[in-house]
Design a protein around this ligand. Structure first.
Ligand code: NAI
Ligand code: PYR
Length: 350
């Protein structure tokens, strides 16, 4: 049986079989002009890109997903494998190409392409390799989808978000790094595990660099609406600062541990980015710790640095940054995290 370019099957003699199986209802009203067609492009179909794509599919977040990768065979294989799950998933058109024209008209472009860490290697060590790739990825995305929102996932995510902002020339509200949304989920899991509660009832943020200099905002943690540290202090319940430091260390070491065990991280970042995509495309106006242009917030003034702050996300991208009270120690750690990133950025000459 021959397949036409429009995907309808032509039987013997060129008979269009879709006409045999379906008797079309004529004179129907056209689709409502207010119904939006949502398109997401995922660049890089490695472990991370595919975990994101499959989570987006299962959560019914897009009408169309376009996949792009430099490896044509791997790309077609991943596209077919996802298409073959059509009978079990919400209806989503899945297309793929090594040519960026496939991304045209995307609402959201998620970049996961690039080198990943070897066991023990830091995220910042990937910088030179992945900056070079971004010069061939970001300009065509901006060309084919000038109104899109860019979501950067490749590491080091904060500096690459800055690079994507520069290369795209987009306003900063439309260039977002997945940042510490993932670290904060790890943090909430560990606190929930420690207190034997549900992680969704734990409100807790890791901010700053997605990486070794990240900052845990202990002073603002609440569980079920109860501010944890001030509650413990009022009840005169002693807690060890070391216990808190160890939980943060476990957050920072979390990715290193997973990478040393299975070679890469994928499932948690898949859920994290799908969670961000939902807030953006469904205009949820939820607060997420994501990588944003931080200049002017929380006393950060040393340069154009992107790192994670609790930001409100909606259909136009970043809507604002929340003003959480920080202790002097937390504010200083945040400034140190910014300094680390600005020093790395200054070597790029962008
Ligand atoms: N921000 C975060 O929280 C996280 C970030 N990551 C980062 O995501 C990135 C991807 O990780 P994995 O998927 O595990 O790596 P991977 O090696 O499995 O996949 C990378 C993919 O990028 C493709 N690629 C390379 N150059 C390309 C180009 N110029 N154009 C298009 N595609 C290209 C490769 O062909 C490959 O399919 C890494 O930088 C990793 O560090 C990973 C986990 C979490
Ligand atoms: C690899 C990475 O950045 C993570 O899993 O946090």
């Amino acid at each position: 049986m021959q397949k036409s370019s429009s995907s309808s099957y032509l039987g013997p003699g060129g008979l269009d079989l879709t006409q045999t199986f379906f008797k079309p209802i004529l004179n129907t009203a056209p689709p409502s002009p207010t119904k939006r067609h949502t398109k997401i492009s995922v660049i890089g179909v490695g472990n991370v890109g595919m975990a994101i794509a499959q989570t987006i599919l299962t959560q019914d977040l897009a009408d169309e997903i376009a996949l792009v990768d430099a490896k044509a065979d791997k790309l077609r294989g991943e596209m077919l494998d996802l298409q073959h799950a059509a009978a079990f998933l919400p209806r989503t058109k899945i297309i793929a190409s090594v040519d960026y024209s496939v991304t045209v008209g995307s609402d959201l472009c998620i970049i996961t392409a690039g080198a990943r860490q070897l066991p023990g290697e830091s995220r910042l060590n990937l910088l030179q390799r992945n900056v070079a790739l971004f010069t061939s990825i970001v300009p065509p995305l901006a060309k084919y989808s000038p109104d899109t929102i860019l979501m950067i996932v490749s590491n080091p995510v904060d500096i690459l978000t800055y690079v994507a902002w520069k290369l795209s020339r987009f306003p900063s509200n439309r260039v977002i790094g997945s940042g510490t949304n993932l670290d904060s989920s790890r943090f909430r899991f560990l606190i929930a595990d420690h207190l034997d509660v549900n992680a969704q009832d734990v409100q807790a943020y890791i901010v700053g660099e997605h990486g070794d200099s990240s900052v845990a905002l202990w002073s603002s943690i609440s569980v079920g609406g109860v501010p944890v540290l001030s509650f413990l202090e009022k009840q005169q319940i002693s807690y060890e600062k070391e216990t808190l430091e160890n939980i943060h260390k476990d957050v920072v070491n979390g990715a290193y541990e997973v990478i040393s065990l299975k070679g890469y991280t994928s499932w948690a970042i898949g859920y994290s980015v799908a969670n961000l995509a939902r807030s953006i495309l469904r205009d949820q106006r939820k607060i997420h710790p994501v990588s944003v242009l931080a200049k002017g917030f929380y006393g950060i003034d040393g340069g154009d640095v992107f790192f994670s702050l609790p930001a409100q996300l909606g259909r136009s991208g970043i809507l604002g940054v929340t003003n959480i009270h920080l202790t002097d120690e937390e504010a200083q750690r945040l400034k140190d995290s910014a300094k680390t990133l600005i020093e790395m950025q200054s070597q790029l000459g962008l």
